[in-house]
Every structure is written in structure tokens, then in C-alpha cells.
Design a protein around this ligand. Structure first.
Ligand code: NDP
Length: 238
């Protein structure tokens, strides 16, 4: 059978299991598209957004969503928000430019790790973490070091399954303005066919995350580097 047919039947099997998931960072660029992809493919019978603010959606497709508004500084008080989900997706993150070095560590490390802990304690068996190309706990760059640390610490929590995605620069028309990234993206997207290792369309990341959810990995922890994201996340019509 072709891969497309196989994927369809895997998705159908998954759908039959009436699973529930949560998304962290669903208001961000990746998270928003991930949510759309999950709704389009209808894999879950229940989707919960966990975030610091409530969001309003116009589209009818979004009306069944559950929203949990939490204070990330007191996540312990919101343990119930993390209970009873089969799968968790994390697209949370900030930057040093936006939040300072300390703020970056707080969000990209502390909030992410605590959320994973609460999810694990609440019965979640699969965790999908959007990390970054070059993540390495031994790196001397704060960004890559923090990404690597949080990967390792979440791995130690012992989920039945942990999938780590390490995209390069995300190609997306960002809603907020980040001039440096904008320039990099302009350059990268115009030569992304020549240098696919330096960037990845955001749709490829979210498609890869969703497709991968229904696949059976060989090991409890798997890392999808940028190249694997390109492959798994390639548009089916391409
Ligand atoms: P965005 O910046 O678009 O979205 C970030 C999300 O995190 C939003 O939902 C935002 O919520 C939430 N968030 C940020 N700060 C806080 C906070 N203090 N408290 C609670 N929630 C917060 O993210 P991207 O989609 O660009 O990136 C997602 C992940 O991918 C990040 O971890 C990033 O490091 C990583 N990555 C990004 C790359 C890139 O090129 N941009 C490349 C490789 C990896 P709110 O809407 O309320 O602010």
C-alpha cells in the first residue's frame, strides 16, 4: 500500500480511540497552525488549549475546544488542567529579545518542564515538544543550552513516548514584527530550495507533528531533526 493509504488507515485507527490532547502555545505561530491541522484531520475527540489568556475564534470548527487559562508562575495550582489528556503538544517559547535572558529561561525551561511534569502526573502518555535545531545541553549559547536541557529533563520524566522536533528557522509570515528574523526569513525563503537545512516552512513542522502522532516510533524517545521534519511534513500534494 502507498504511504498515503497507510497514513489514512493509521489516522482512522487513532480517531477510533477517542483520545484527548492539550496544546501549550496555541496562540503562537506554530501552535495556531498545529491547532488548525489537528482540527482539519480530526484526530482527537477532545482538544484543550492551555494558555495564559483566553482566545476567541470566529470559525465554527473551533467551538468544541476547551480552554484552560493558567498562571504559569503558579502552575501547581492548575494541576487539574493537565489531567486526563492522552497526548500533549508544546509549542511554547519566548526569546531573549522579548523577555530578557531570565525571562527566556523561565518560559522555555521552567514553564515547559513544569507543564510536562504535571501532564505526566495527570496520565499523559505521549509528549510532543517543539525544540530547536542545534539544541544541546552542553552548548555555550544560552538558547541552545536551555533547549537541550529541557529536552533531557523531559526525557527523564519517562513518558511512554516523547517526540522532540528540532526545526531550523521557521518560515512564516509572523504576526508580530521581528525585524532581524524578517530579514533572515526573506533571505532564507528565497534560497530555501538550495539550503533546506537552514529553514523549514512552519506547515511542515505542524504536519510532521500531527502525522507523527499516529506513527509507532521504534524508541520511547525520538528526535526529528530538520531534515526529518521536511520529509514527514511534506505536503501530500507535492
Ligand atoms: P511564538 O513566539 O509565535 O509563540 C509562543 C507561544 O508561547 C505563544 O502561545 C505565547 O503565548 C506563549 N508564551 C510566550 N511567553 C509566554 C509567557 N511568558 N507565559 C505564557 N505563555 C507564553 O512561537 P513560535 O511558533 O515562533 O516558536 C515555537 C517554539 O519553536 C519556541 O519554543 C521556539 O523557541 C521554537 N523555535 C522557533 C524557531 C523560529 O524560527 N521562530 C526556530 C526553531 C525553534 P501568548 O500568545 O499569550 O504570548
Amino acid at each position: 500500500p502507498s504511504m498515503a493509504v497507510n497514513m489514512e488507515s493509521l489516522e482512522e485507527d487513532f480517531r477510533q480511540q477517542n483520545k484527548s490532547c492539550f496544546i501549550l502555545g496555541a496562540t503562537g505561530e506554530t501552535g495556531r497552525l498545529l491547532l488548525k491541522e489537528l482540527l482539519d484531520r480530526n484526530l482527537f475527540s477532545k482538544i484543550t488549549l492551555i494558555g495564559r489568556r483566553e482566545v476567541t475564534f470566529e470559525d465554527k470548527a473551533y467551538e468544541k475546544l476547551i480552554q484552560e487559562v493558567v498562571d504559569f508562575e503558579k502552575l501547581e495550582d492548575h494541576a487539574t488542567a493537565f489531567q486526563g489528556h492522552d497526548v500533549g503538544y508544546c509549542c511554547l517559547g519566548t526569546t531573549k529579545a522579548k523577555s530578557g535572558a531570565e525571562g527566556f529561561v523561565r518560559v522555555d525551561h521552567d514553564y515547559v518542564l513544569k507543564s510536562a511534569e504535571l501532564a505526566k502526573a495527570g496520565g499523559c502518555s505521549q509528549f510532543h515538544l517543539e525544540s530547536s535545531k542545534g539544541a544541546d545541553k552542553g552548548s555555550s549559547f544560552l538558547y541552545l543550552k536551555v533547549k537541550g536541557q529541557v529536552e533531557a529533563e523531559i526525557e527523564a520524566l519517562g513518558f511512554d513516548r516523547l517526540s522532540i522536533y528540532r526545526p531550523a528557522v521557521l518560515l512564516v509570515e509572523r504576526q508580530e514584527s521581528r525585524p532581524g528574523e524578517w530579514m533572515a526569513r526573506k533571505v532564507l525563503s528565497s534560497c530555501s530550495f538550495m539550503f533546506p537545512s537552514m529553514s523549514v516552512p512552519i506547515q511542515a513542522v505542524t504536519r510532521a507533528m500531527v502525522s507523527n502522532t499516529v506513527l509507532k516510533p521504534e524508541h520511547p524517545t525520538e528526535i526529528l531533526e530538520n531534515k526529518a521534519i521536511h520529509t514527514l511534513g511534506a505536503s501530500p500534494t507535492k
